[in-house]
Design a protein around this ligand. Structure first.
Ligand SMILES: [Zn+2]
Length: 596
């Protein structure tokens, strides 16, 4: 005799209690708050859908969503709140069906969208994940109601393996994947007038420049889906690259590129036009690179997208960089400094005039450090002016000037002009020539706090770089407050972190004293897409210009002596900072070696 189970709130709370995930008191709490919470969630979901497009959602708010939204700590580990994934996993075990955490980046668009039609997927919340040896794996949200699976088996004559995934994950795929696929497909059809395209390339050649209008609703939808999807995945860049036959869509996440979609060539130009239109570029101009930006909101958060196009052999390529204010503006204390480094850097920021330099290659997080530092100094009483190439993100509190070399607006010239605008704090995007260096020094000498960046590998060598830029030792000593070198290291995914001892070779390579060290690494799980990493943090080398350092900055400066003196005062090199983060279990040995 088998009992019939039903996916209700009572069932879920009883299950969590049975598995000791919640206490008796928490079970009561869920019973008391449950229904009101469900009503509240239902309302917020309704407003979400009606404000976007209408989805025929047969599914109501699920019990797992209700419990997860209450933020109840796990009884066995009170630091972790109970999530929808944990509940789904528990339900799967109880129902005797495999649990799968959906990794959108691993899904094949064709498998997802060709096996189950969109209205069906929406109505029953089912998503095909994989097709292997003629068996289709389909994720369902309710293991006790397999009606949809039965009907698929009957009508589509396919072998089906059902797995359980969280309702949120399934819904996300239904929205993003089917939405994108549907929009691109519909646009393609419209373009071809409903006939089969056959040889696409030939067809395009015949029709020449004919395109679907960039305002076509399907194209509008496709671009919107893509932007939301990228933001949801925590991507920093979206690449849309035309190839001979089709276009590739790739996302950069934590510094690595991931392949996402293929777009038919016929639709590429229209998607490009739509993006160019949104970023106020000249749509007709296809032979010159262009820059533009889009200000938009994701989940109530204002986000800025910087767009740049580049003509390539197969058409225009576009890269969209996503600037998330949560990443660009952080509390200075959370950037990754040690206590000592934070104290030293804070002392730089308390100075009223002088130069603070941040150094490192492109993509080392310099902008985040500068923006966060300036934001911490921003009050109604100070005038902050930035000169950037190009402006990274438009910030209301700053007065920002974008360098435009083509019309003669360069760093040095802009700097001269803004000095007449009574600034207190000036940020110069980069000191790359003698003119700019001279003007920056002049600004500091006349009582301004100047932030800038240099392209050097570490803090001490920045001194020789300044010599090369024509700044004599006495001016370096009277203006430089401090120099910060930095790099970004990937953080180990918390969900799959494991420990291992450091080998002897590794110790030798890092010149560590031989003893037992435990280091961590990520085994790879669905949370981190199998990479073992999630998110990034900065490692620093903070060089304060003390009297002892200044005495070493002469016409005969020996950089190694500067480094030695700085280390005697407590400075850690980039590598030492990275090793510290490795020993704390934040990053891996491999990251330390590759980044520093
Ligand atoms: Zn992981």
């Amino acid at each position: 005799m088998t009992e019939t189970k039903e996916l209700t709130l009572d069932y879920v709370t009883a299950l969590l209690r049975k598995r000791n995930m919640i206490t008796e008191a928490q079970e009561r709490e869920i019973h008391i708050k449950g229904e009101a919470q469900r009503a509240r969630l239902k309302k917020s979901q309704e407003s979400f859908y009606s404000s976007r497009r209408r989805l025929t959602l047969s599914e109501m708010v699920s019990p797992a969503e209700v419990v997860a939204s209450l933020n109840i700590p796990l009884a066995t580990d009170t630091k972790k709140p109970i999530t929808e994934d944990m509940i789904t996993e528990a339900i799967a075990e109880d129902a005797g069906i495999p649990y799968v955490k959906i990794d959108p980046l691993k899904l094949n668009l064709d498998v997802v969208t060709s096996n189950v039609p969109r209205p069906f997927a929406q109505k029953y919340l089912v998503v095909p994940l994989e097709e292997k040896d003629k068996v289709v794996t389909i994720a369902v949200a309710d293991p006790f109601n397999l009606e949809a699976i039965e009907s698929l088996k009957g009508t589509r004559k396919m072998k089906i393996k059902a797995v359980l995934s969280s309702k949120s994950d399934i819904l996300k795929i239904v929205r993003e994947f089917y939405g994108f696929r549907y929009s691109v497909g519909a646009a393609e059809k419209e373009f071809s007038g409903g006939t089969d395209l056959g040889n696409l390339e030939q067809y395009v050649k015949l029709r020449g420049a004919v395109e679907i209008e960039a305002t076509d609703q399907h194209i509008v939808n496709a671009v919107e889906y893509l932007l939301h999807y990228a933001y949801d995945q925590g991507a920093s860049d979206i690449h849309i690259e035309p190839k001979r036959e089709k276009s590739l869509v790739r996302l950069r996440i934590d510094g690595m590129l991931h392949y996402i979609h293929t777009v038919p060539k016929a639709v590429h130009a229209s998607i490009l036009s739509r993006i160019k239109m949104l970023s106020r570029m000249d749509i007709a101009e296809k032979r010159r690179p262009q820059d533009g930006r889009i200000k938009t909101a994701f989940k109530d958060r204002e986000v800025e997208l910087r767009v740049s196009t580049l003509p390539t052999a197969f058409g225009e390529k576009v890269v969209i960089r996503i600037f998330d204010p949560e990443i660009l503006f952080q509390d200075v204390s959370t950037l990754g400094f040690t206590h000592r480094e934070f104290d030293v850097f804070s002392s730089f920021l308390r100075k009223s005039y002088g130069i603070i330099l941040v150094t490192g290659p492109t993509g080392s997080g310099k902008t985040t450090t500068l923006y966060s530092a300036m934001k911490s100094l921003s009050t109604p009483e100070v005038n902050i002016v930035t000169i950037e190439d190009p402006i990274e993100m438009i910030v209301e509190e700053f007065n920002q000037v974008g360098v435009q070399p083509l019309i003669g607006v360069d760093f040095a010239g802009s700097l001269r002009t803004i000095l007449r605008q009574d600034p207190d704090i000036i940020m110069v995007g980069e000191i790359r020539d003698k003119d700019t260096a001279q003007n920056a020094v002049q600004a500091a000498l006349t009582g301004h706090l100047v932030f800038s960046t240099l392209h050097t590998n570490d803090a001490p060598t920045s001194i020789t770089r300044l010599f090369d830029l024509g700044v004599p030792p006495f001016l370096i000593n009277s203006t430089i407050i401090g120099i910060l070198a930095q790099r970004l290291v990937r953080k180990i995914c918390k969900h799959c972190a494991k420990q291992r001892p450091l080998t002897h070779e590794e110790m030798e390579h890092l010149r560590l004293k031989p003893k037992e060290y435990a280091v961590s690494y990520g085994e790879g799980c669905t949370e981190c897409r199998g990479t073992g990493y999630k998110g990034r943090t900065a490692v620093f080398e903070v060089l304060g210009f003390s009297d002892a350092i200044r005495r070493l900055v002469t016409n005969a400066t020996d950089v190694s002596l500067v480094e030695k003196a700085a280390r005697a005062e407590g400075m850690s090199t980039l590598r030492e900072s990275a090793i510290r983060k490795m020993l704390q279990g934040v990053t891996t040995y491999e990251e330390v070696v590759s980044v520093t």
